[in-house]
Each structure stands twice: as C-alpha cells, then as structure tokens.
Design a protein around this ligand. Structure first.
Ligand code: ADP
Ligand code: MG
Length: 238
C-alpha cells in the first residue's frame, strides 16, 4: 500500500528533453489518468514507473517503497498495454498464470487466482482456448486477468483500449471502472482520449511537452481549466 510517488523525474534522449521535472503523488487506491497529445511523454513516464526505462534524474516510489533502481520484476506492478502480447501457443489459463509461474507460485495457488480472475472478468468459459480463438474484447479481458492475478500494488495501463472499436471501447471503460471499484488497486491509466479521462479518472493529469499542465478531478478540470491548452484539450467552455 502507499500509492505512487513521482519526485522530480526528468528524462532526456540525447538533446531531446522528454520529461521536465515531473512530480506527482498518487494516493493508495486512486485511479489517475494521464492525458495529452501524442509525443508529450505519457508512455515514457509509465515506462520509468515500470522500470522499462531509466529516468535521467529523480525518484519513484510504489507502494511506499523506493523502486527507482529496481528491475521491473521487483516493483510489484502489473502493466497492461495496447498490444496485449498474449502468448499465442499458451491457453488463456496459462497466459493468465504465466507471470505467477515464473515467480515460483505453487500450482494450486495459481489455479485458484486464475479461476478468481476469470470469474471476475467473465472469461471462465474461455480458459482452455488459445488467443487466436478470442475476440478483441476477450483478449483485452485476458490481458487484464493476467495483470490482476499478480495482485500488484499498482496497475500501469498504456492506452489499453486503443485497439478496440468504438463500441467495445465504451464497454471496456465501464468494465475497467467496475474492476477498479472492486479491487481498489492504485492505477495510472494513460490515454490520448479526453473522454476516457473525463469518464474514468479520480484525477486527471494533463501533459504537454513533458510537463504537467494541470492536475485535478474531472469536474474541476472542466469548470476551472488552468489555461487555454487545458480548456481546449478537454473541450471545456473555459
Ligand atoms: P506519448 O506516449 O505521450 O505519445 P512518448 O513518451 O512515447 O509519448 O514519447 C515522448 C517523446 O520521446 C517523443 O518525442 C518520442 O519520439 C520520444 N522518444 C520516446 N522513446 C524514445 C527513445 N527510446 N529514443 C528517443 N526518443 C524517444
Ligand atoms: Mg504513448
């Protein structure tokens, strides 16, 4: 427990400054959405939290523990990407249990957690199928299942719905919201879609060119945008 703290994170690729002194305190159990135009640094910030990329300077804490220099597998997080990256040769059940198996979790415990996650996500009847026999929405549920079986301190989601068609996207937004209500796991959700941000977030972080423009709950963001960029981006009459 303890949420996520991001302290003065900077990131440059050569002379390109991608994150400029990024600081944020995410409360335990909060659902925070990072939103901003393509290239503003959303995925880079998420990769730094996941340990898939290193900050140039600054610190990050997850679940009350500094993880700045820890490997991804030691951070107690689960990521959900836009490309589900399910293993094609493994069944749904094995895909969902794979991370636990790698960590040496006993077989009975893996089976129990996979069954629980499958029930929550409504994929019990798909457990013996392989990914190619699933629809896009079903694959997305399996990817979520793979994250929740880990029972991590935090979920990091990078545009998880952007490969789905519009109708399914709306449906999955609601499902992810319900999942969050149920599990209460601290979540950072990245999107370039302002409607996703407005409908899903406890708080929204609006980014532009590697810097935070405003952090606020959706209602405040809409009624009192900090500047014209924010107003324009979220469609506020501002
Ligand atoms: P977003 O997810 O908001 O679209 P990214 O975090 O992916 O943005 O990228 C932010 C900026 O960093 C972009 O200008 C991108 O081209 C650049 N960038 C991302 N990864 C690398 C990398 N490995 N090497 C060089 N530049 C990168
Ligand atoms: Mg991105």
């Amino acid at each position: 427990m303890g949420g996520i703290q991001i302290e003065h994170v900077r990131k440059s690729y050569g002379s390109l400054e991608v994150l400029k002194d990024f600081s944020l305190d995410v409360s335990d159990g909060e659902f925070v959405v990072f939103v901003g135009p393509s290239g503003c640094g959303k995925s880079t910030m998420l990769k730094i939290l996941a340990g898939l990329d290193a900050a140039t300077s600054g610190r990050v804490l997850i679940g009350g523990r500094e993880v700045t220099d820890l490997a991804p597998g030691d951070r107690d997080i689960a990521m959900v990407f836009q490309n589900y990256a399910l293993y094609p040769h493994l069944t749904v059940a094995r895909n969902m249990g794979f991370g636990l198996k790698m960590r040496g979790t006993p077989k009975a415990e893996i089976e129990r957690r996979v069954a629980d996650a499958a029930r929550i996500l409504g994929v019990e009847h798909l457990l013996e199928r392989r990914p190619k026999a699933l629809s896009g929405g079903q694959r997305q549920r399996v990817a979520l299942g793979r994250a929740i079986v880990r029972q991590p301190a935090a979920f990091l989601m990078d545009e998880p719905l952007s490969n789905l068609d519009a109708k399914l996207r709306v449906h999955m937004r609601v499902e992810i919201g319900a999942l969050h209500q149920r599990l209460g796991v601290t979540t950072i959700y990245v999107t370039h879609d302002q409607i996703e941000a407005m409908t899903m977030a406890d708080r929204i972080v609006i980014m532009r060119d590697g810097a935070i423009q405003q952090v606020a709950d959706p209602d405040t963001m809409f009624r009192r945008p900090a500047n014209l960029f924010v107003a324009g981006f979220i469609g506020s009459p501002g």
